[in-house]
Design a protein around this ligand. Structure first.
Ligand SMILES: *Cc1c(COP(=O)(O)O)cnc(C)c1O
Length: 353
């Protein structure tokens, strides 16, 4: 058996997956109990009366090209949220297995683990170290039955990215013991290379990518898991058969055409410039203790009086994320970089404070 599968839940490895209706678009579909007419007003290309193609091949190929990986190493899902859930369900036995997370970080890793009744171990990152873990600290937190280690780079909500060499070292040291899952939701804003192309050389490395942020498709719900084909095969057993809605397939195919991609990249560049401007100006604003360096499309800022700042922003019609309850983030708010005039309004509202 592939050694990666020995880490997985045995019942998933043994599972006989649901046999979905075969996908043969050249033939008339009288095999899936669909309605033969479109609903009134359905102008979609694919027809919403039809079940979508499971793991739509053209979409898989397009995303594989976007992320520079072979298609057999990629699974499309409803955003990274689904990917996280699939990984936890495939690898963690309820009441037995564990995941390791590095707070302050994205909350979904721990939530997905708790839903599956997996234990959640924490290695808490400190602001003094720039929220950067060492490989030895991460590996030192591995315990028997730790199946998944979640690394978020750039990390939400702190904004810093980890050194690729550190992540790869963690993957190598934990090979055979755990999957190392790197969530690159904000990678496009980091100005650095993705670890996706390194996956092939690191069997236990899993990379999560999403179209939600840089490609402005949060509402379409589309993301990708990049992993060893054995892991992809396992996740395919538990992903719902028609996970990706036809409307999402169409929206994503359109968004990934060259002219649309060019616009997306230009907007990412604008957001990076705006982030850096906002960071500079917030850095000298009164009432702000510090602005943490960010490689993402948001800024983490520490305020002398975060409650007051939050209320000022709200009174100006601006909602930011209160992250004060996270470990080590007393007095901190997370501000998403908006359009230039929205960012101006943030600065104005805080100056008044
Ligand atoms: C926003 C975000 C995602 C994206 O989730 P989707 O389900 O793809 O929309 C993933 N990971 C992190 C850390 C995020 O902040």
């Amino acid at each position: 058996m592939n050694p990666l599968l020995t880490l997985a839940r045995p019942e998933i490895v043994a599972l006989e997956p649901y046999a979905h209706a075969v996908w043969e678009p050249a033939l008339e579909r009288l095999h899936a109990n669909e309605n033969p007419w479109r609903a009134p007003g359905d102008n979609s290309a694919l027809g919403l009366n039809r079940y979508p193609e499971p793991q739509p091949q053209s979409l898989v190929r397009r995303l594989a090209a976007l992320y520079d990986v072979p298609p057999e190493r990629l699974l499309v899902g409803r955003g990274s949220d689904e990917a996280i859930d699939l990984l936890v369900r495939a690898f963690c036995r309820a009441g037995v297995d564990r995941v390791l997370v590095l707070p302050p970080t994205f909350g979904m890793y721990a939530v997905a683990a708790r839903i599956q009744a997996a234990a959640v171990d924490e290695l808490i990152l400190s602001p003094q170290q720039g929220f950067v873990p060492t490989a030895s600290a991460v590996c030192g937190h591995w315990r028997e039955n730790t199946k998944l280690v979640f690394l978020c780079s750039p990390n939400n909500p702190t904004g810093n990215a980890y050194e690729p060499a550190t992540v790869l070292q963690i993957a190598r040291e934990l090979n055979g013991r755990a999957l190392v899952v790197v969530d690159e939701a904000y990678l496009e804003f980091a100005g650095r290379k993705s670890l996706a192309p390194d996956q092939a050389a690191h069997p236990n490395l899993v990379v999560l990518r999403t179209l939600s942020k840089a490609y402005a498709l949060a509402g379409a719900r589309c993301g990708a898991v990049i992993a060893d084909p054995a892991v992809i095969g396992l996740l395919k057993r538990i992903v719902p058969p028609y996970a990706i809605a036809s409307s999402t397939i169409e929206a994503v195919e359109l968004a990934l055409q060259p002219p649309q991609l060019a616009i997306a990249r230009a907007r990412v560049a604008t957001l990076i410039r705006e982030r850096d401007r906002l960071a500079r100006e917030l850095g000298i604003a009164r009432g702000i203790v510090r602005v943490f360096p960010s490689a993402a499309n948001f800024l983490l800022a520490q305020f002398e009086d975060a409650q007051r700042a939050f209320e000022r922003l709200r009174a100006a019609g601006l909602l930011v994320r209160d992250v004060r309850r996270h470990a080590g983030l007393a007095g901190c708010l997370r501000i998403t970089v908006g359009q230039p005039e929205q960012n101006d309004r943030v600065l104005k509202a805080l100056e008044a404070a």
